[in-house]
Design a protein around this ligand. Sequence first.
Ligand code: COA
Length: 372
Amino acid sequence: MKHGRIAGWGKYVPKKVLTNSDLERLVDTSDEWIVTRTGIRERRIAGEGETTMTMSVAAARQALDRAGLRASELDLIIVATSSPDYMLPPVSSMIQDRLGAQCGAFSLVAGCTGFVYGLATAQQFIASGAYQNVLVIGAEIISRNIDWTDRNTCVLFGDAAGAVVVQASDTPTGVLSFRLGSDGSGAEHLMVHGGGVVMPMSQRVVDERAHYIRMNGREVFKFATRVLARAALEAVEGAGLAMDDVDLLIPHQANLRIIEVAARQLGLPMDKVFVNLERYGNTSAASIPVALVEAIEQGRITENSTVVMVGFGAGLTWASAVVKMGALDRPRYALWRSIPGRARARARVAMRTLSMRAGALLLPLYARVTRR
Ligand code: COA
C-alpha cells in the first residue's frame, strides 16, 4: 500500500489587517471582550480583486514549489471551502485552470472541518494506487458572508488559504489514521439560511439579512468542547499510538478557550498545541493548513514529527487525522527539482560545458591581466 507523504505546503493571507480596536468602531464590542472570550486580536480581510480562487492559487503555488512539482503533474485537486467564488462553477475547476493543471478537481463542503476531510480523501486516492500527487486546499473568504452589524459573528472570522501536496510514498508517512464525524441535528446552530434552494436569493433574503452566517455561539462552544478531544484521541488510538507519542496538536483555530479545554481533556501541555488564532481569527477550512504551514516554518514540526489535526464546524461536523511528517525538503532546491529528470540532466551537462568553455576563455585573459 502506498502512503501519502505531505510533500509540499503553502499559505496565503491577505495583507489587510482588521484589529479588535477597528471592530470597536463597527459594533458594540471591546478588545478586552474579544481577547478574553476568544483569544483573537486581529484577523486578515481579503481586499479588492482577491477571491477564494486567487488566494487558493497563491497557496497552491507555494505548496507545489516546496514539493518540487509542476501543476501539470497533479492527478487531483480537492478544495475545501464554504465561500466559493460562485455558486457555479465549482471554484476547484477555476483553481485547476489558473494553476495550469490537467486533472480532476472538486470542491468539498464540510464547514471548518473541510480540510481534514480533504486530507483523508486524498490519502484514499493515494493508498488505492489510483493517484500519485493530490493537491488539498482549504480556503475561505468568510468576510464577505459576514453581517458586519452582528457582533456575535463579525469578531470571530478572517480570510486565508492553505494548501498541501500529498504524494505517494513507500515509507509509512502522511495520514496514519483519521476519524470523520457529522451530527446534522445541530445544523441550525451555525447556518446561512438564505441563498439555497429552501430560501432562494430574493429581496426578502436581503431584507432579512438571511444571506449572512447566523450562529448560536454557546451551542457551538458546547459541541466543540464535547467532540474535539474525543476525535483527536480516537485518531491517535486508531494509529496504534498514545497521546505521549504526539509531538504537536493542530486544532481548528476558532477559540483559545475551546483549544485549552481540549488540551486539558487530552492531558497535553499547551507547548504541544499550535495556536495562531490571535493573528488570524477563525479562517474556517483554511485554519488547519495555515497553522500547519506556520508550525513547519517555525520549526515546531520537524522531520518525523507526529502531528494530530482536529477540526469542528458547520454541519455540525468534526474530523481528526494523525499525520507522520516525512522529510521536510529545503524549498531553495524546489525550482531546480521542478525541472523534469531528463531535462535536468541535460541542463547539468550544458552548465558544466559552459563553465569549462568560460574557464578556457577567461584563463588567458586572467593571465594577461595578472602579468601587468
Ligand atoms: N462583544 C461584546 N459582547 C458580545 C459580543 C461581542 N463581540 N458577542 C456577544 N456578546 C455578548 C452576548 O450578546 C451576551 O450578552 P447577553 O448576556 O446580554 O445576551 C454576552 O456577550 C455573553 O455571551 P455568551 O454567549 O455567554 O459568551 P461566550 O462566553 O459563550 O462567548 C463566543 C461567545 C461566541 C465567543 C463563544 O460562545 C464561542 O466561541 N463559541 C463558539 C463559536 C465558534 O467557534 N464558531 C465557529 C465554529 S467553526
